[in-house]
Design a protein around this ligand. Structure first.
Ligand code: ROI
Length: 161
């Protein structure tokens, strides 16, 4: 059993509802328990000309292998209407494996820790709600160092409903 953190993002088709359905779908995954969901956050897109994003992070305990989980996450994305057009285009749902236990993964389809962790407030702050304060990534970096280097700027925490 490994603790996995999954980042979620949406900026199309009712983003808050997209994330809520994604949480329900994650809770149904085989050999997996949903153990935490962060607050939802809104922020401007890093790319101009796109709608604002809603982002959150979930914590899972799972015995799925990394690529099995990746396949399952991509199936949820497609189920929720994701169409892959342009690489950085707007999307109904993006599910990213951020951390997978203490593993370093460098495969063509999957790199963990996810490069989004690097200085992206909309990933780090929700992750910090769920992770232990002293979390160390498999590559040696500490979560608190990444947070210290990434100000809480432009993030709007949505009230929990
Ligand atoms: N911007 C925000 N705020 N949240 C995202 O999830 C996100 N995802 C992306 C790009 C377009 C880089 N910008 C984003 O892929």
């Amino acid at each position: 059993m490994e603790r996995i953190y999954v980042g979620m993002g949406s900026n199309l088709a009712a983003p808050v509802e997209q994330l809520r359905s994604a949480v329900e779908a994650l809770a149904q995954l085989p050999r997996t328990a949903l153990v935490g969901v962060s607050t939802f956050y809104q922020s401007d897109s890093l790319l101009p000309g796109q709608p604002r994003y809603t982002n959150a992070v979930t914590a899972l305990d799972s015995t799925l292998a990394p690529l099995e989980l990746l396949d399952a996450l991509q199936a949820i994305e497609i189920d929720q209407g994701r169409e892959r057009h342009e690489r950085w285009g707007p999307r109904t749902l993006d599910l990213d494996i951020l951390l997978f236990g203490n593993r370093l993964i460098d495969e063509s389809r999957l790199k963990v820790p996810h490069y989004h962790l690097q200085a992206r407030a909309f990933v780090l702050y929700p992750l910090a709600e769920l992770a232990p304060a002293d979390l160390q990534l498999a590559d040696g970096r500490h979560l608190h160092e990444l947070l210290a280097a990434c100000p809480f700027v432009g993030l709007e925490r949505l009230p929990q409903t």
